[in-house]
Design a binder for this molecule. Sequence first.
Ligand code: NDP
Ligand code: 3PG
Length: 498
Amino acid sequence: MTKTGETRTATASRYRVAGRWQEVDDARTLPVVSPVDGSVTGSVREFTHAEIDEVFASAGAAQRAWAARPLTERADLLHRFADRLAESAGEIGDVLMMEIAKPAKDARDEVVRSADYLRHTAEDAKRIIGESQFSDSFPGQARNKLAVAHRVPLGTVLAIPPFNYPVNLAVSKIAPALATGNAVVLKPPSQGALSALMMCELAYDAGVPPEVLQVVTGRGSRIGDYLVRHSGVGLISFTGSSETGADLARKAGMVPLLLELGGKDPAIVLDDADLDDAAADIVAGAFSYSGQRCTAVKRVLVIDSVADELVAKITERTAKLTVGDPRDNAQITPLVDADAAAGAERLVHDAVAGGAVLALGGTRTGRLVRPTVVDHVTEDMELAWVEPFAPVLPVLRVGSAAEAVRLGNRSEYGLQAAVFTRDIDAAIQIAARLDVGTVQVNGRTARGPDHFPFVGTKASGMGTQGVKPSIEAMTRVKSLVVNLSGKDLDGTAASSRP
Ligand SMILES: NC(=O)C1=CN([C@@H]2O[C@H](COP(=O)(O)OP(=O)(O)OC[C@H]3O[C@@H](n4cnc5c(N)ncnc54)[C@H](OP(=O)(O)O)[C@@H]3O)[C@@H](O)[C@H]2O)C=CC1
Ligand SMILES: O=C(O)[C@H](O)COP(=O)(O)O
């Protein structure tokens, strides 16, 4: 409950549209069913097209007043929002845990991480400085013009996060947008909408006007096209599957896009690597949140001569992961997408039928896929290329670093890669050849810390995120050119001053 006693989550009978609470007069509700135990965690409204029009109209109108407020005032509101979010980490974390079966501690950490994101963005936004230049820095020009460039907001940002970080990947879009004077229309994932709604109510408690941060709930497959084609959209910031992202890009028309999509991140292990450290990083990277992370380690490319030893170490560590209920903080929990569990099982069976060797796991009970390591996976197997979004780790053995690079780059994706070696020259050479957004040297693939630039090449995305890059992406440069008179102070023709 908020301090004023209002329920923070929208319910099927009450929801905000254009900033105001509305009573539902029809049956457009969408239950949020928990992957943990099948219970109904809550329900949300499926917005109509007319309501979406109202949302964009009121967001657009409110944005101008929001952008006109002093930057320090907007930053202060984000700090207050961050404080409330951190205070409510337990409450929101519990809902998030039931909505997406994220282990209790990780769910709470996601909320705290989002508060940190807000604070960092509020501070960085204050330090966006423009630039100015005289005309005579270009050949043939006199010093008679002064350009002053500054950053202005784009209007209304349509923010569409995925289920795996319904709070953090919403905040990573909302924070830079609001800090820079944009309004936001948030379309949360259907699985994760309740925690996203709770989070937005905290923003309103903190003083963010409800018209400049609005939430539109409903299935992406039903309302997504209408949203992304809406004339009120100034930029779309989307995180999710490469399929949905590519489809959205085709439909959106001439609006700037920030896309964070799928990945098949390789961990390349050379023969001189510290295999204990590499195994620890690979297991954490592959199995955290049951592999449902775009940046999860999704394949190991290991030099033959150390492959047996590495696979043994990976398998030993993976076997110790706890499997079960997120309320007990189990590390491996039921998958959000029931089809992903069946799909992962099929990929493993097909690989084993084709000659791969099951080192661990390979079974599931409903959505609960036991942590699985598949060795001797080869290029002709689907498991080498498809992103399972499940706790399944294929190992491909390679003869050389060059072969690892070739296989790394053969993927349609290009999010991140990890290289494990004690030879820094080799690491740098390999990194230079990998067509990915980020290469981690002797560490697992990961997005954070959140102010680092986050980029995907090929089917993994478009544009750069991270605190500062997102601030830049959600603004555009506007130039003011002052044309100088060409006369000196005493009225004579100017020399090359000032
Ligand atoms: N690179 C990255 O950072 C990440 C990538 N992913 C990728 O996403 C996949 C799983 O995530 P998932 O959430 O299922 O991804 P989806 O692409 O299915 O959904 C992402 C978001 O888009 C919405 N959406 C669905 N259809 C449309 C549409 N036609 N137009 C507009 N929005 C739409 C969803 O809403 P709804 O929930 O209502 O369907 C959700 O909010 C994995 O393949 C993974 O690789 C996931 C997380 C991060
Ligand atoms: O979308 C994702 O899966 C995240 O951006 C990954 O973030 P993480 O590396 O912090 O888990």
